[in-house]
Write a protein that binds this ligand. Structure first.
Ligand code: TYD
Length: 141
């Protein structure tokens, strides 16, 4: 698994998570370094997302993430500076693994959609690259 700045959109992968099925409702447990390739330091979730809104629009220098449509659906646009790829998430037992240094946008949220994110590091503003041209420059090195 590449962990340097040379990651590509093909290093992003959809991981099928465990499912404990029950007629009364299902459970998906996620263990860091077992079901996903990193230890979980933080979780956060996006909700109450107005129709037509786009989230993301940045890359992370070091952060690794697993993105899950915990409810509803949305699309994730992935971009490594050369290749682009779109992944649609619409089941709570699939997670999109994202290595560092991938530009992403989240869009086409269904009504009531919830985006759950498991992250390898605590929040750190300096880990963000929010300027696309800057991102492209860094990827070229
Ligand atoms: P951001 O990651 O840019 O949101 P998105 O990618 O979903 O559009 O974060 C939006 C704001 O929330 C930004 O000011 C930073 C803050 N924030 C935290 O304080 N802690 C966190 O763990 C996250 C994810 C964001």
């Amino acid at each position: 698994m590449k962990r340097n700045g040379l990651t590509t959109v093909y290093d992003c992968s959809v991981i099928e998570l465990p499912r404990i099925e029950n007629p009364a409702g299902n459970i998906t447990p996620v263990h860091g370094n077992i079901n996903i390739p990193f230890e979980i330091a933080r979780i956060y979730y996006l909700y109450d997302i107005p129709g037509g809104e786009t989230r993301g629009g940045h890359a992370h220098k070091e952060l690794l993430q697993l993105i899950v449509a915990a409810s509803g659906s949305f699309d994730v646009l992935l971009d490594d500076g050369i290749n682009k790829r779109t992944v649609s998430l619409n089941r709570p037992y699939y997670g999109l693994y994202m290595p560092n240094m991938i530009w992403r946008e989240l869009l086409n949220f269904s009504s009531g959609g919830i985006c759950l994110v498991l992250a390898s590091l605590k929040y750190e503003a300096n880990d963000y690259i929010r300027d696309y041209n800057n991102f492209k420059q860094i990827k070229k090195r």
